[in-house]
Structure formats: C-alpha cells, structure tokens
Design a protein around this ligand. Structure first.
Ligand code: AHR
Length: 497
C-alpha cells in the first residue's frame, strides 16, 4: 500500500491560529470539583487548585479555554460565583441535575487559566438570562474600575480587569435540551441585542454567534442562515459542535467520521458566505469549532446517575486507541481548514470527556487522546500547507472513497521546521509514504513519533499507560524526499528541520 505527497511552501492555506488547540472546562461532573480544583488534595495550591493537573494542562500548551459551559451556562447566574465563598449559594443545576456549590467562579477560574497559560473564552447565559446579565458580567470582568460592577470586582480582591477577549453568545440555543431554547428568530434577535450592548461596554471583544448543536440537527443549516441574518455584522465567529461514537463497533467507518466533520465545516462556510453575499458584506465570518471530541462510552452509565449530587462522575469516557486516531484526524481536519477555522475547543479538558483524568484525592493521568492533541498543539504552529496527496481509498458503511492516508502539514517559519501529521486508517496494512519536500532544501529528519497499538480498544488507566507514543518511526529524509512506513492504524508525527 503506497501513498504519495508533495509539500511546498507555495501551497499555503493560512497561518494556523493557535486557538484551534483550545479546550473547555464546564461546571459539569468532576471537571471543576475533583478535577482542576480539590482543596483537600495533597497537590492542591493555596487556592485549592491541583498542581498535578496544572502540570498536565501545561504539557498540552492550551491557548484558550471555554468556560463555564456548555449546557450549564444556560441556567447560570454568574453573580453566584463571585464574592466571599462562604456567602455563595448552592443551586440546583438543571442542565446536569446536580447541586452546584459555586466554590469556583469567574475570578478563580480566570486566575487558574492565567497560571496554565491560557486565555478564557467566556460564555454568557442566553437561556434564562439576556442582555443585562451579559453586559454586567463583561463590565465586571473587563472594565478597569470606577463603575458599580468593576468596583465590585475590585472589592472581591481582583484589582486588575481580566481583559477577557473572546465571548460566546450563549450555548447550543437550538437544542431542545437547552434551558431556554430559542427559535432561530428569537436567538438571532437576542444575540444581536446582547452583542450590541456588550460592544458598547468593551469594543475590543470578539463574539461568537451560536451555530447548530451538531450537523445532524434537523434545523441545520437553516439555523445558521437565519441567525446570521441577525448577527452577521456584530459577530466575528459562528460556533460548531460535533461528537462522534463507535456504537456499532465498525472501526473503519468510525475512523472515516472526520470526513463528516470536513463536510460540516464546508457547509457552515458555504452558509456564512451565502449570508455575506446576501448582505453585500465585506466581512468574512470565521468558524469556532468550540466543542468537539469522541463521546459515547459513558452514555449508558450516565443514564443511571441519581440526581442532585455534588460533582458526581459524569461523561467520564475512558478513551481507547482508535479514539486517539479519530481525534488525530479531527485535528488534521482543522489544520486543513486553517483559513476559516480560527478557534476549536476539545470538549473537554479534565475528567469530563477529557484527555486528563483524576482520582479524587489521588492520581492524575493521560488518556489516549492526550497524545494527538499534545503533538498538534506543540508542533502544529506556523503555516498550514496544503499537501497534494495521492492515497488509496476504501469504502465504509457511511462514506465512500475514504483515503487511507489522512494528513496535514505545518511549516514553522520561525524555527524552520516542517511537521507532517498523518493517520494511516488502514486497520491491517502499513502504508508506504513517499513525500516530495524538495522546496525545503537541506531539511533533515528530527524525529518520527508514532502512536500505535495492536489492540484498537486498548486504554490507559491510573495504573498503566498502555497507549503512549514512541519515537521509533522509520521515516528517513534524503535528497528532498521523505520516505516513511506508517504502521497499520497509526498516528504519525514526522518532524523535519
Ligand atoms: O460537552 C458536553 C455538552 O455537550 C455541553 O454541555 C453541551 O454544550 C454539549 O451538548
């Protein structure tokens, strides 16, 4: 099995926006309590945040983290989470039917994000609330002082404004499960008016208009078309969300799901450009894929959870090796759309459908999906190049002509490195890759990282890291050509410089 690729500096898609390596922390399950925050843990800092978890997050080099939801935000009163902790109310949290203790709120999270080197992507509640709560929260976060809400922040011990730049106008407002679901007309009007007021408070912010909850929503892409009709000139991005599963255990089909993601992205781009044309606008709408991942392993267990616990284990998918391959392909898909996808958030970061897991009071470890995320985030910065690929293809249940080779290439002009990210989707055979990089004179192989495993269902646990990368790939670079054997069902990072 053989595939060829031509890579050249001239085939430039766009500069990779580092924010495509974003993530997400929602007040859900053990993401916050028992995840990033656990004051009684031996590794907790003086504010109660776990240092071991911080270290793992830093390894991922996460540039931006969405907060505080998700479905949670649509019932959230942000005022509950600021001020003296002892005075904060415990609330019934209706999205996930738990009790929210509000020990962590906006200020604590902003402080934690800064420590791990991330910006905050803040979501406002457009479910149960609206313009007023959103503009007040923005004033509380970003206004320097001398007004009611900014002075309240200062009185809470945060003299400097948080300067949060990126704001989501609600979450999944098309979903029947969402508290305060809206029709596209209702959402479009509310999002527009909220955006208008928020921009009056702080004109420097960037705003994300809420897109469909997934491409399978019956109202997709009409939702995008109608809502953007309202928000096109006030928003900078439209959101996309998508999760995949392998419920019928058809791995060849599962690994092809990134083609569905690619189609989803193309359809949203087309819809944005249609609205642009209709409005005779000069502005281009960008995409924020601010929830994406594999999510299905925990569905049955979650259906059994008793309501009204505090931070019960919810959405705790244990990821296997094939999940890591699809996650790699999803990241490759973002890189190939670097001209329009400017932000993306792996949902989520800790314990809840997450690359990082913890035990309450105990250890923390890396799930399989940690690795493709870390590799792309660390090595995938620079210019995304369009490789010209010839690959054999296969037909799966839902897709035809699926290339066995899935790949993206990033050229980092600053440190003069070239990185090839590649998944071999073939479940039985290795793929011989011949890559022409003659435009990169004098480049040599730095390393060939590989994530592979005999068992597609292998998982990592606190006791055993079964799935982890090695640097023993056989790529070789000679006379402007890279040759590499990509093992069956493998994730590969070929670094040249
Ligand atoms: O990430 C888990 C949930 O998935 C989020 O709360 C919601 O926005 C989506 O449906």
């Amino acid at each position: 099995l053989r595939a060829t690729m031509v890579v050249d500096k001239a085939f430039k898609i766009a500069e990779v926006d580092r924010r495509i390596y974003g993530s997400f922390i929602e007040h859900l399950g053990r993401a916050v309590y028992g995840g990033i925050y656990e004051p009684s843990h031996p590794a907790a800092d003086k504010l109660g945040f776990r240092n071991d978890v911080k270290e793992l997050v830093k390894q991922l080099n996460v540039p931006i983290i969405r907060y505080p939801g998700g479905n949670f935000v649509s019932g959230y009163n942000w005022e509950d989470g600021v001020g003296p902790v002892e005075a904060r109310p415990k609330r019934l949290e209706l999205a996930w039917r738990t009790v929210e203790p509000n020990e962590v709120g906006t200020n604590e999270f902003a402080g934690w994000a800064k420590e791990v080197g991330s910006e905050v992507m803040m979501a406002v509640n457009l479910g149960t609330r609206g313009v007023d709560a959103a503009r007040n929260l923005l004033e509380y976060c970003n206004h320097p002082g001398g007004s009611y809400w900014s002075d309240l922040r200062r009185s809470h011990g945060y003299d400097e404004p948080h300067k949060i730049k990126t704001w989501c106008l609600g979450n999944e407002m098309d979903g029947p499960w969402q508290i305060g679901q809206k029709t596209p007309q209702e959402y479009g009007r509310l999002a527009y008016e909220t955006a208008k007021a928020m921009r009056l408070v702080d004109p420097d912010i960037e705003l994300v208009s809420c897109g469909s909850s997934s491409s399978s929503m019956p109202s997709f892409p009409e939702w995008e078309s109608v809502t953007l009709d309202h928000t096109y000139e006030v928003a900078d991005y439209i959101s996309l969300h998508q999760y995949y599963g392998n419920r019928d255990n058809d791995s060849a089909n599962f690994l092809a799901r990134s083609m569905d993601m690619d189609h989803f992205i193309r359809t949203v781009i087309a819809t944005c450009d249609y609205v642009k044309a209709k409005k005779r606008s000069k502005k281009t709408m960008y995409l924020s894929f601010d929830e994406w991942n594999v999510w299905y392993h925990s569905n049955d267990v979650d259906a059994q959870i008793e309501p009204w616990g505090v931070a019960p284990p919810q959405l705790e998918d244990v990821y296997n090796f094939e999940d890591a391959l699809l996650v790699g392909s999803m990241l490759i898909t973002f890189l190939r759309h670097a001209d329009r996808v400017k932000m993306a958030c792996m949902a989520q970061l800790v314990n809840v459908i997450a690359p990082i897991m913890t035990e309450n009071g105990g250890r923390s470890w890396k799930q399989t999906i940690f690795y493709p995320y870390m590799h792309t985030s660390v090595f995938g910065r620079g210019v995304s190049l369009q490789p010209v690929v010839h690959s054999p293809v296969y037909d799966a249940k839902d897709y035809t002509d699926v290339p066995y080779l899935d790949s993206a290439v990033v050229y980092n002009e600053a440190d003069e490195t070239l990185t090839i990210f590649a998944v071999n989707r073939h479940l039985e055979e290795a793929l011989e890759l011949d890559c022409d990089i003659r435009g990169f004179e004098g480049y040599r192989l730095i390393e060939h990282l590989v994530l592979e495993h005999e068992d597609l269902k292998a998982v990592n646990t606190a006791d055993r890291e079964e799935v982890k990368p090695h640097s023993g790939g056989n790529a070789a670079c000679d006379g402007g050509y890279v040759k590499a054997r990509l093992a069956k069902a493998s994730w590969n990072v070929i670094r040249l410089g």
